[in-house]
Design a protein around this ligand. Structure first.
Ligand SMILES: C[S@@+](CC[C@H](N)C(=O)[O-])C[C@H]1O[C@@H](n2cnc3c(N)ncnc32)[C@H](O)[C@@H]1O
Length: 340
């Protein structure tokens, strides 16, 4: 077999696997309890208007279909006018076009290319940005502040230029082995520095990690390490771009591929709002106080617990598992828009 055919087969196998995993109850639990809840709360704050969404929605686009069913975005005869999507696989993009029909914008290529390329400014603003990555947050082949984090920074900048708060959903593969050790060391250092500046945060961390140090946790349970430590890093990035993190939910579950070892998926649901303009009113606290108070709250809640273990929840709720599976099946039955 030629190298090209091998690559194509490998890509096809990965595509089928992503689609299969997207249909599982654990994943749908996060769509329902994490994404829809956060999006509804944003919609409520916007007075009930439809949301503008940027998503890596894959070929089934289950997030888009669910959002439309929940009245969060519009669906008309030709497609989904509030949705913008980005997809790096040409096969997946072709299927996605069939499923969603006309959308606000679409891009065939990586999110990193889109965000760090020329005309991304025209895509803004959004109310929900769903970066459902299938990759590691810190791959060994790239520097710690890699192109994915630069793309997230570009999204924050785009939103800031419109003064627009938004819900940010991030998903990562939490496999430790091919990770960038320098990035992990930097995360550990930042957390340990925090212990010096905010002594209460060490107690919170030890409570959440089962008395393990940041380094021990990174070795013993890398998924928990990311769930506990990454929010602080993201909040820092957000604050640098004049945003404050107002809400945080975290979820994790295991993936057991037919080939290779079991690994964890970690998911973050963040609610971000711009810091108020300086001295807009005299009776509001200064921006640095607002930022530092929210930052402390975020550090406390993320250190104290690694969030929801979805496998564990569904293990004890077979009825919920069944109804999540039924909803996925019914979303997949939806008829694509005309002309798609
Ligand atoms: C996990 S699936 C999306 C599932 C969907 N959000 C849902 O709710 O079912 C992620 C999709 O994004 C694509 N993808 C992953 N990382 C990407 C990146 N950095 N740039 C562009 N596309 C990406 C994958 O090919 C895949 O089709």
């Amino acid at each position: 077999m030629t190298a090209r055919r091998v690559r194509r087969r490998r890509r096809e196998r990965a595509r089928r696997q992503v689609s299969k995993v997207s249909r599982t109850p654990v994943k749908h639990y996060v769509r329902r309890r994490g994404w829809v809840e956060a999006a509804k709360s944003r919609q409520g704050r916007l007075g009930g208007s439809y949301l503008q969404v940027l998503t890596l929605c894959g070929e089934d686009a289950l997030d888009v279909l669910l959002f439309a069913r929940e009245g969060l975005i519009r669906r008309d005869a030709r497609g989904f006018p509030d949705v913008s999507w980005c997809e790096w696989s040409a096969e997946t993009a072709a299927r996605l076009r069939m499923r969603l029909g006309r959308v606000r914008r679409s891009f065939l290529g990586s999110l990193e290319q889109l965000a760090l390329g020329g005309d991304f400014d025209d895509w803004f603003p959004f109310d929900v940005v769903n970066l459902d990555f299938t990759a590691l947050p810190f791959p060994r082949s790239q520097p710690p502040f890699n192109s994915t984090w630069k793309a997230i920074q570009a999204i924050l900048r785009g939103q800031r230029s419109h003064g627009r708060g938004f819900e940010l959903f991030l998903t990562f593969n939490a496999t430790r082995e091919p990770a960038n050790e320098a990035a992990i060391r930097q995360l550990i250092e930042v957390v340990e520095q925090n212990f010096g500046i905010r002594p209460w945060s060490e107690q919170a961390f030890l409570a959440g990690s089962g008395s393990q140090s940041p380094n021990e946790l990174s070795v013993q349970a890398y998924d928990k390490f990311l769930l506990v430590c990454l929010p602080k890093f993201i909040a820092r990035l957000a604050t640098d771009e004049q945003f404050v993190v107002k809400g945080l939910e975290r979820f994790s579950y295991k993936r057991r591929p037919p080939w290779g070892a079991t690994y964890s998926i970690v998911k973050f649901v963040l609610s971000l709002d711009p810091l108020p303009s300086p001295a807009l009113r005299i009776n509001v606290p200064p921006r640095h106080e607002i930022a530092s108070q929210s930052y402390d709250e975020l550090v406390r809640s993320s250190f104290e617990s690694p969030g929801v273990d979805v496998d564990q929840v569904l293990q004890y709720e077979p009825g919920l598992r069944q109804s999540l599976g039924d909803e996925v099946a019914s979303l997949l039955q939806e008829v694509p828009p005309m002309g798609a």
